[in-house]
Design a protein around this ligand. Structure first.
Ligand code: G3H
Ligand code: 13P
Ligand code: ZN
Length: 332
């Protein structure tokens, strides 16, 4: 059993309390490799922001669970080396799919876990969420649970309102599970293709697709039921069109990729939303920089030559999100 406090990590409790009262959101960035982790920590240190390093099941399969956990331990020391004496870094399991996965992460030093039972029947979601919370709280690990289903790329976000979180369920769910934060569904979704073209309108000025707005009425109703309770938004990449264009101009083929407009995330960050998950925007920034570099330097074959600009591009994106969207800068 690894005690996360001994390796300098923190859980989300105090971080979320300050974020909710301060009207900002903590960035939760996924990482799968060293360059993403370096860019996240450099951005957090330079902006004096707390940060959540998220590891998905896919990341654990890709990189190896032990390596990722030691990279997070290294991240704390790296932040100190970069000039931040008291970094506020959470190591969080993203979309834990079972009690066993959550337990395995808690046992190896994660300070926070998500149990995602959102696809299960309501009572089953409560039962396993409660089991995870009971285990996690013995070690002061915080737990995020999810209620409501995020639309996938095949789902009808705009019309299938039943996928949204039902505000009338949140008090019962939060009370019976004992979770520390709640991920809700208000129209965000995962990946770079969040909406079908027919769900969007076309911006006459740019010809770009404009997605349907998030369901702020659902968010407000949830906040009224659970005043001050930490709310989480998944699927919050904005899919910057300049990155999509760079990818496509350099051999890529990303058609009709659409994300969540940043103004809407800015508005959400000022509410009880205190954790905003971003992964796809990092993938886009990295891929765009690598494609551009290799197109301009076809003779390069040392990975450091193209991973360096990729890391710099991700860092710029993380800093932009922290300062201009989430507002978590200057909080350390
Ligand atoms: O919510 C999903 C995250 O973007 C992680 O994605 O499972 O492909 O690592 P992944
Ligand atoms: P995006 O795919 O919008 O970046 O969402 C990431 C996420 O929700 C991770 O849990
Ligand atoms: Zn997610």
């Amino acid at each position: 059993m690894v005690d996360y406090k001994k390796i300098g990590l923190v859980n989300t409790r105090e971080m979320f309390r300050k974020a909710v009262s301060g009207g900002y959101a903590i960035p939760a960035f996924n990482f799968n490799n060293m360059e993403q982790m370096q860019a996240i920590i450099q951005a957090a240190v330079e902006t004096k922001s707390p940060v959540i390093l998220q590891v998905s099941k896919g990341a654990r399969d890709y990189a190896n669970p032990t390596l990722l956990r030691y990279m997070a331990e290294g991240a704390v020391e790296y932040a100190k080396e970069l000039g931040c004496p008291n970094p506020q870094i959470v190591l969080h399991l993203d979309h834990g799919d079972s009690f066993e996965t959550c337990k395995s992460c808690i046992d190896m030093g994660f300070s926070s876990v998500m149990y995602d039972g959102s696809a299960l029947p309501y009572e089953e979601n409560i039962r396993i969420s409660r089991q995870v919370v009971e285990y996690a709280h013995k070690y002061d690990v915080t737990v995020e649970c999810e209620l409501g289903v995020l639309a996938g790329v095949e789902d009808e976000v705009a019309s299938e309102v039943s996928h949204y979180t039902k505000p009338e369920e949140v008090i019962d769910f939060a009370t019976r599970t004992g979770c520390d934060s709640l991920a809700i569904s208000i129209g965000t979704s995962h990946g770079a293709y969040k909406f079908k073209p027919e769900q969007c309108t076309v911006d006459p000025a740019t010809g770009r697709l404009l997605p349907p707005p998030l369901a702020f009425d659902v968010l407000e109703a949830v906040e009224q039921k659970l005043p001050g309770f930490p709310i989480v938004l998944h699927g919050s990449s904005s899919v910057p069109q300049d990155e999509v264009d760079t990818i496509n101009a350099n051999g890529g083929a990303l058609k009709a990729a659409v994300g969540i407009p940043e103004e809407q995330l800015r508005k959400a960050a000022k509410s009880a939303v205190c954790k905003i998950n971003i992964d796809s925007d990092s993938r886009l920034a990295m891929t765009a920089a690598i494609r551009k570099h290799l197109a301009e330097h076809p003779d390069h074959f040392d990975p450091r030559q193209y991973l360096k600009p990729a890391r710099e591009s991700m860092k710029r994106m993380y800093i932009h999100k922290i300062v201009n969207v989430l507002g978590s800068n200057d909080k350390l």
